[in-house]
Design a protein around this ligand. Structure first.
Ligand SMILES: [Zn+2]
Ligand SMILES: [Zn+2]
Length: 210
């Protein structure tokens, strides 16, 4: 049986109730965009960013969502594939949608909100490590697959040969309907475009200290 769980912001105003609580993939991501999303929240009073954020992909189906009037959607770049939803009071990151998620999953950073889902799945891989270096943080420690990028077919195929990754990102046989993270996103005001470049320093642009 599927069991429900909530994802909640730190101030408690914004809540998503998941129909299926079990995370389907678990990464640590070295990409600039993840850090920029987190640092943008940090500028407004959210938690301090970490060098290699932990991310979980959660099933997108919801039974309830609260606090939509306090949720705000942002995109880093006009042409960016992902849209992040924040609590505008406490700057927790509720979740992130991406064009490639097929309305099936959404991304969550459990270090930057309260995720009461089943996050027992061990780390599957380090991803997008081409953006990471010693100036950002210490070397990765876990003995799991590590991908610099999936720019080339060989690395892409090697990445998607991992069962959790293949399952999580495969297109569903029939379009997903019903109340999903994307449905919540579509109820919010259109995302604000930050116009941040890929290598731009968030703190230089918006102020605040790293
Ligand atoms: Zn909040
Ligand atoms: Zn990332």
């Amino acid at each position: 049986m599927l069991s429900e769980a909530t994802i909640e912001c730190y101030c408690g105003i914004c809540t998503l109730t998941l129909t299926d609580n079990k995370a389907s993939c678990h990464f640590q991501c070295g990409c600039n965009s993840c850090r920029q999303k987190i640092q943008f929240a940090q500028v407004w009073g959210g938690k301090k960013c970490v060098p290699l954020p932990t991310l979980f992909l959660m099933p997108s189906q919801l039974s309830d969502a609260q606090g939509l009037q306090h949720m705000q959607a942002f995109k880093l770049r006009e042409d960016g594939a992902s849209t992040s939803v924040y609590c505008s009071k406490c700057w927790s990151i509720i979740g992130v949608d991406n064009n490639g998620y097929h309305n099936k999953i959404f991304l969550n950073f459990p270090q930057f909100c309260s995720n009461r889902g089943d996050l027992t799945l061990p780390l599957v891989a380090y991803i997008w490590m081409e953006d990471y270096n010693d100036e950002i943080g210490p070397p990765p420690t876990e003995n799991v697959p590590l991908f610099e990028s999936i720019r080339y077919r060989q690395e892409h195929d090697r990445c998607f040969s991992i069962p959790e990754i293949k399952m999580t990102f495969s297109e569903p046989d029939i379009p997903i309907e019903g109340y999903t993270f994307r449905a919540v996103l579509n109820q919010l005001s259109p995302p604000k475009i930050l116009g941040i470049q890929e290598h731009e320093d968030i703190f230089e642009r918006f102020g605040g200290n790293s």
